[in-house]
Design a protein around this ligand. Structure first.
Ligand SMILES: Cc1cc2nc3c(=O)[nH]c(=O)nc-3n(C[C@H](O)[C@H](O)[C@H](O)COP(=O)(O)O)c2cc1C
Length: 257
């Protein structure tokens, strides 16, 4: 069998992964509840000064509920992105997947809990996305969805061909995002979670991104869209493309259309 050409032999050495896994374990000696640091979360909150767009509110009557079991049966990875999407459908996908579902107090702190589970309710994985063929004012742009205000935070303009270059499947035209309406980048902001959980935070970020991706897949499926979850993206290219800061890494992608 022809071997992959590897630039770094550590990439094909399972002991490296096992060692890394051991280093990220949740051990009694690492994080005891008594030893947990008190975190000033506000120090990590970065001001978002760019242009913001408020999304339309959705009415429950806008949504046809086909039932969870049917959705689970219908969810399939498929590159057949043929269904039209407008701002209303985009809003439903964002609000139902990532939106605030309950505001409540944890001791003296008011927290806005969302549709998906989050490590320590810190929500350090950001839903950032490229829009393509949805609405004139949104197309060809990258936004972060801000669940607490139901707003889109404009990050930058981008072209479809730049996004196609970011994953191995699309770069070599095996498949294409041409008809995908949303391409999500789940971007993990490592610093705040690390301050609280140490190396365990690495796992927590990946797990949280998985929750977000599944929730979004199910919501999109319920509206009749196809989805493709993707781990095969070029990390450094995505990081450059999104112009996120040094503690932020895309850990998962999802195309919807
Ligand atoms: C963590 C993860 C990473 C994946 N990465 C890719 C990918 O890079 N490209 C792709 O086309 N599909 C990707 N997939 C989709 C799988 O190929 C798909 O889930 C699998 O074939 C099972 O099909 P189903 O999702 O329709 O049940 C990924 C799935 C998971 C869970």
């Amino acid at each position: 069998m022809k071997k992959w050409k590897l630039v770094d032999s550590k990439y094909s050495d399972i002991s490296v992964v096992k060692k890394f896994h051991r280093h990220t374990m949740h051990l009694k000696s690492n994080i005891a509840i008594q030893g947990m640091k008190k975190i000033d979360y506000e120090q990590f909150r970065k001001a978002k000064n760019n242009e913001k767009i408020r999304l339309c509110n959705i009415e429950e009557s806008d949504i046809e509920d086909i039932g969870l079991f049917k959705i689970l049966e219908r969810r399939r990875t498929s590159w057949f992105f043929e269904k039209d999407m407008g701002e209303k459908e985009l809003s439903i996908i964002l609000q139902k997947s990532f939106g605030v579902t309950l505001s409540t107090y944890y001791n003296e702190f008011l927290v806005h809990l969302r549709a998906y589970a989050s490590a320590g309710a810190m929500y350090e994985v950001k839903p950032i996305f490229f829009v393509n063929g949805v609405d004139e004012k949104l197309d060809g742009k990258i936004f972060e969805y801000l669940p607490e205000s139901n707003q889109l935070h404009f990050i930058k303009k981008a072209s479809l061909s730049e996004v196609e270059d970011l994953t191995s499947t699309t770069k070599f035209r095996v498949q294409s995002f041409r008809n995908a309406k949303i391409v999500f980048f789940f971007v993990f902001d490592m610093e705040p979670l690390f301050a609280k959980y140490g190396a365990l935070s690495y796992r927590l970020g990946l797990l949280e991104a998985g929750h977000m991706c599944t929730t979004c897949q199910l919501v999109a499926t319920s509206l009749g869209y196809n989805t493709v979850p993707m781990g095969g993206f070029y990390d450094l290219d995505v990081k450059d493309f999104l112009t996120v800061d040094s503690n932020q890494y895309c850990v998962y992608m999802l195309a919807v259309g």
